[in-house]
Design a protein around this ligand. Structure first.
Ligand SMILES: O=P(O)(O)OC[C@H]1O[C@](O)(COP(=O)(O)O)[C@@H](O)[C@@H]1O
Ligand SMILES: [Mg+2]
Ligand SMILES: [Mg+2]
Length: 348
């Protein structure tokens, strides 16, 4: 009986499809000697729900799942049908496995207690980000943060389990439903991006070890709110224009973040008169992206504090968010901190 060692094919006849997300999660698990595999399974569950939501977004126009759902969520925002569908899909996937004990969702007023005695993880999720872009076929996303509960497994869920600062995240990521669908995540050892291959139903590693350029040529802010900006933000945007930087604003946080992560740039959603604490939510938007950008070498701040060090006080609390290439964010922080309040009031 002839036995030969395997020789990988060199002919390029069958191009390599690369490494799947499943295999990558398994490989990375060995970075954590005491890993039980629960976090890995949780990440796989999120990927599965993302595949289903991807299918729904792709066929939204055909399947009558575009448009408003006819209800408002706890933020007073009109829910889109896809907001609700994505919420159901992720809730179901997260409740199936037994790894998760509680969920915080943009679409749920309260903490959802999964009443399982084995779950040690808490998930905060924005099931569908960029809702205003759903019906116009512009990139949208999903954002998720994962924490280990603070109280013993099986005991009642407490505030301590939920109100954890972002620096306690054990994993975070987003899904981008765009011209191609991508999943980008971190478990605290750098960030990696995977592209969805529809025909195979698999995510494949396409962007290993992503790094945010220290500087960039793109600034992203809703200029329609210019009248409501604090002078430091107005000064920074004037500076960007003077330096002929490119203004790019999609209006889907995940898509704006992703572009700036790849190309170098800064996204700003500052405090406004309408939203003195900004618009974006700390627990299921800002924290996840802040962990990702820091893992990629960038920075995230509310203008004064590191986003990841903000102690949450309420489930749906908002925060100003300035995030992206390190030097650009530091520049804005410098401007904000050098614009003393009184000078600020006079400038108005
Ligand atoms: O329309 P605005 O005020 O510029 O706000 C756009 C921002 O609001 C969001 O749509 C808020 O997220 P949701 O769609 O998940 O509510 C962000 O994705 C986006 O960056
Ligand atoms: Mg959002
Ligand atoms: Mg949302």
């Amino acid at each position: 009986m002839k036995i030969l060692p395997y020789q990988p094919d060199q002919s390029n006849l069958a191009y390599s499809v690369g490494i799947t997300l499943d295999r990558f999660i398994k490989l990375k698990q060995s970075d954590f000697p005491f890993a039980s595999g629960e976090l890995s399974q949780l990440l796989r569950d999120i990927a599965l729900a993302a595949k289903i939501v991807n299918r729904e977004t792709n066929r939204a126009g055909l399947a009558n799942i575009g448009g408003a759902f006819g209800q408002t969520n706890v933020q007073g925002e009109e829910q889109q049908k896809l907001d609700v569908i994505a919420n159901i899909r992720f809730m179901r996937a997260l409740s199936k496995g037994g790894e998760v004990c509680a969920i915080v969702s943009e679409e749920e007023d309260a903490v959802i207690d999964l009443k399982n005695n084995s779950g040690k993880y808490v998930v905060a999720i924005d099931p569908l980000d960029g809702s205003s872009n759903i019906d116009v076929n512009i990139s949208i996303g999903t954002i998720f943060s994962i924490y280990r509960r603070k109280t013993p497994v099986g005991s009642p869920i407490t505030e301590a389990d939920i109100m954890q600062p972002g620096n306690q995240q054990v994993a975070a990521g987003y899904v981008l439903y765009g011209s191609s669908t991508m999943l980008v995540y971190t478990t605290g050892c750098g960030i990696n991006g995977f592209t969805y291959e529809n025909s195979l139903g698999e995510f494949f590693l396409s962007h290993p070890d992503m790094k945010a350029p220290e500087d960039g040529k793109i600034y992203s802010i809703n200029e329609g709110l210019e009248q409501e900006w604090e002078p430091a933000i107005a000064a920074y945007v004037r500076q960007c224009k003077a330096e002929k930087l490119q203004s790019r604003y999609i209006g889907s946080l995940v898509a704006d973040f992703h572009r700036n992560l790849l190309k170098g740039g800064i996204y700003l959603y500052p405090a406004t008169q309408k939203n003195p604490s900004g618009k974006l939510r700390l627990l299921y938007e800002a924290n996840a992206l802040a962990l990702l950008i820091e893992q990629a070498g960038g920075t995230a701040t509310d203008g004064h504090r590191r986003i990841l060090d903000i102690q949450p006080e309420s489930l749906h609390q908002r925060t100003p968010l300035i995030i992206g290439s390190r030097n650009m964010v530091e520049q804005v922080k410098g401007l904000i901190q050098s614009t003393p309040m009184e000078k600020e009031i006079l400038a108005r």
